[in-house]
Design a protein around this ligand. Sequence first.
Ligand code: GLC
Length: 687
Amino acid sequence: MSLKKGPGSMELGECTRNPGYQDVEGGGSAAETVSADPGEKHDSAAPKLDSDAAEEYTQIKPYAGMPKEVLLQYSSQARYRVPREILFWLTVACTLVLVALTITVIALSPRCLQWWQASPVYQVYPRSFKDSNGDGVGDLKGIQEQLDHFLYLKVKSVWISPFYLSPMKDFGYDVEDFRAVDPLFGTMRDFEELLAEMHNKGLKLIMDFIPNHTSDRHRWFNLSRTRDPHYEDYYVWTDCNATAPRPNNWVSVFGNSSWTYDDVRGQCYLHQFLKEQPDLNFRNPNVYKEMTDIIHFWLEKGVDGFRMDAVKHMLEATHLRDEPQVDPSKPAESVKTEFDLHHDYTYTQLGLHDLLRGWRAVLDVYSREPGKYRFMVMESYDYQEVEKTMMYYGTPLVRESDFPFNFYLLYLPQNTSGLWVKDLVHLWMANMPKGKWPNWVVGNHDKPRIASSASQIYIRVINMLLLTLPGTPTTYYGEEIGMENINVTNSQIQDPAGKYNASASRDPGRSPMQWSGDMNAGFNIKTNSTWLPVHPDYRSVNVEVQKKDEGSVLAQYRFLNTLRQSELPLHRGWFCYVHADASVFSYLRELDGLDQAFLMVLNFGKESATTDLSSIRELPDQLKVLMSTNQINNGKVLQKSRVLTEAGEGLVIRYSTHTRFNPNHPEQCYVSEKACYLSAMDILYKC
Ligand code: GLC
């Protein structure tokens, strides 16, 4: 039987009809007719309940559609109320447990690694990477054509050296307009397309930002030398003698005085690099604001980070006193190079970090967009003063860069020995503020190529070192295939530093990327022109050939980078020194809670070596080689008392253990972004 109540009627099916229910169109509700209060005054217009119906009504069960009072009458009975209350409190308890669990999981979850931690930073020198239009100079479209190379390498972060409008006196590090792309490299549209395509492919673009100086062709400099009131103090000017323009003994990084007389203004201006690169005056707040606006400009375009160029030079002492000579007995006139002076008044001046932290704060604002962390890395060569470099990490309270470049491995070729490499690594690890993220550089556009300075036999083991140390490795284009320096004759020199001093020329490490055995190594396949000569070894040392060879430098780079990203101990585990001697540097990577760990045995020496690791009781007696730079040793099982390596050979050994090394040797171990593994749940947690 069914009860019809017009359009919204409710089906009661075969159940007992509820006689208390009546459809009262436009009148009082049925509930009014079943008031439990006998004394209650009834609406005379309302239908009444006769006693039969009332009896029938008390025998029915409470079904939906009953009047409220009827429902209440049943619902207050213990047999309905108690289960309901139990259910209610159960729901409350479950919700609380879920909330507590979520909070615990969030609180215990370690931070995910950011993109700049997960991948190496690959440096593209745009003049030399890929020439798309055949003018002999690489360009933005060329980079775009080669994006799959990064995917092949499993590299995510790409730093592109400057492509701003520039007279190219220092190949782009002399900027005429910070908001324009130089036509040699393409157009702003090319840049936007490149960036969009990179983001499409999951790649991040890091730009160079050059705060210390502009080109002498920059509009600001012209306005400054003509004493436009707003721009008058945009640069560092001082009175000087026009014929002997040396207001003090300060010298340029490229050699000779850092002052040049400007006959338009009739004063000297400061330039810590070329005379065509006048230093901006950051004591003038308008300069800081201008440069901050430029950061906004590129962040709004969507760039993912900046490599901050030559930051230690940004401020100078206003008193302009002479700097102390390193050798006080040297005649003042022969003080000409950067290394002749202690740079007490020109490098790392008080206030520098405030400027940089201000920029960090700007990047942080843009980093709040989900998945859009904006990265910042500093370039500062502080040589022996490592503590100065560490300042760029910021303090526990104020963040600065994500890391300053670690240039200490550039010294590796000075002495290829295991102990030396360990010392260089240790210099960084021991001085880095706790919890910060390390990084490693073996080459860039300012330095000779590592495969040449350390010798080709070490290139594989050096790549292995970079990709198995904790932190972010940096790869200068070509290092992944072992490219070497080219020979540049004096008449071929392009680099301004080389024109001043041929032995300081940076050209040898800037030759065109070797893509294939085709014309110009595939760098320019349109015309027979390249801005610097291609290395003559390009027919055997190139990407195409090495892709086909499983044992190539390229294949090993790719394997190690893939391993680094897929193995927890390698990307966020402990790093512990195990052994170092004249040949071998050995360390392990392990993660608390995980039974799988990695041991690296790297021979930087000049001869083969047998390393005895039997005193390391946390290692199993037998060690199986996962990968050797010498392919034939892959898979070999070695006794830990006799680990044999040849000169330039590196081994990655994967082993299982229940005993971790780090708890017993805390003084030999470091960890950043610490996490522990819970095998029962296959998760990482904070520990
Ligand atoms: C940085 C660059 C270098 C340039 C200099 C001046 O050190 O790496 O190439 O010459 O700054 O901008």
